[in-house]
Design a protein around this ligand. Structure first.
Ligand SMILES: Cc1ncc(COP(=O)(O)O)c(C=O)c1O
Length: 345
């Protein structure tokens, strides 16, 4: 019944082990204030539950346009940026043309390419997690029609060199995935709204609204018009549209304060982790850290026993014995530091 392609697929793994402290999915650890949740009850009351959602997400698009300093016509609202990845894979180039991705990077690019049978052209990363020059030259030789660059890169946490991104842009349509933009401030949005060979993805998932599943694809108006042909008509629910619109319109300062607190915690956590013997910590421009330990399975399991969930990413290429840890609240980070000190890493 299933195609050979689908039978060969490996399901995308997420960390679901229940733990008191969850530092595994790069979420914002701060939930919405109780008072904002109460305000949202009125937003819910205003929804006509018997009607389909607005297929154009008109109001939310206007709000996101203000947030991103673009026009609403430059945006397609998606059910998380994962949905945008799927549309881009379907829309740009032919299905038998290669997709360039760095390796390691966010696994969904590969999962979706595999699901569609699109070949992948990998660019391995060097010890600083930048793209290896030879691998980059080789990757463009086979004329990929699409490239995905997570910038900052998940799971390594670094921004890629601008020159390497410029080189890729010269050769192929380039998607800059800015899921972690808020933690680094580096963006290609200005390029995306005027250059038809680049698009940017943003998401509300990393800034505190992961439950809503709202992502945005940003590009020239023509590009957005064309790719919107693929969009499922009612891809973002009325509740998600209304809540995201309300929160971004009325409480963005709250979110910005949380982001600032997380960036401060990132600096503190980096220092504290660096002082623990047996741990190598890499710099991060995002809301997570990559660390290297002697035995990642042991450390990951020991942390779970202490009620702390992290992401063991040793299965990714060149990342043996590496663990990814999201920046949490101060008390969560303190618990992590204490636990790592106790575990003989
Ligand atoms: C680089 C990157 N892009 C996209 C996503 C998915 O975002 P969304 O929740 O909007 O689908 C993630 C989630 O971890 C990510 O790390």
């Amino acid at each position: 019944m299933f195609s050979k392609r689908i039978k060969l697929l490996k399901a995308y793994k997420t960390e679901t082990t229940p733990c008191n402290i969850k530092l595994s999915s790069n979420e914002n650890p701060f939930d919405l204030d109780e008072s904002i949740k109460l305000e949202l009850l009125d937003v819910i009351k205003s929804i006509e539950f018997n009607r389909y959602p607005d297929p154009h997400a008109t109001k939310l698009r206007q709000t996101l346009a203000k947030l991103y300093d673009v026009e609403p016509e430059n945006i397609m609202v998606c059910n998380g940026s994962d949905e945008a990845i799927q549309y881009l894979m379907l829309a740009i180039g032919e299905l038998d043309e290669e997709v360039l991705i760095p390796k390691p990077t966010f696994p969904m690019y590969e999962v979706i390419a595999n699901a569609l049978g699109r070949p992948i052209s990998e660019v391995t990363l060097d010890k600083n997690f930048q793209m290896e020059k030879n691998a980059l030259l080789k990757a463009v030789e086979s004329k990929p029609s699409l490239a995905f660059i997570s910038n900052p890169n998940n799971p390594t946490g670094n921004l890629f060199d601008d020159e390497d991104i410029a080189f890729i842009r010269k050769h192929t349509f380039t998607v800059i995935d800015e899921a972690y933009y808020d933690f680094c401030g580096k963006t290609y949005i200005k390029d995306a709204v005027r250059d038809e060979k680049i698009a940017v993805m943003r998401t509300l998932s990393k800034i505190g609204l992961a439950s809503l599943r709202v992502g945005a694809l940003i590009g020239t108006k023509e590009f957005i018009r064309e790719i919107s042909k693929l969009k499922m008509p009612f891809n973002v629910s009325s509740t998600s549209q209304a809540m995201a619109d309300y929160i971004i319109s009325n409480h963005i300062d709250n979110i910005k304060n949380q982001i600032k607190a997380l960036i401060d915690e990132r600096h503190r956590l980096k220092e504290a982790l660096s002082e623990i013997e047996g741990i190598k910590v890499y710099d991060s421009c995002a809301n997570f850290f990559l660390i290297k330990v002697k035995d990642a399975d042991f450390v990951h399991k020991s942390l779970i026993q202490k009620g702390i969930l992290t992401r063991n990413i040793s299965y990714l290429p060149n990342l043996e014995n590496h663990i990814r840890i999201s920046v949490g609240k101060k008390e969560e980070n303190d618990a992590l530091i204490k636990a790592l000190k106790e575990i003989a890493v």
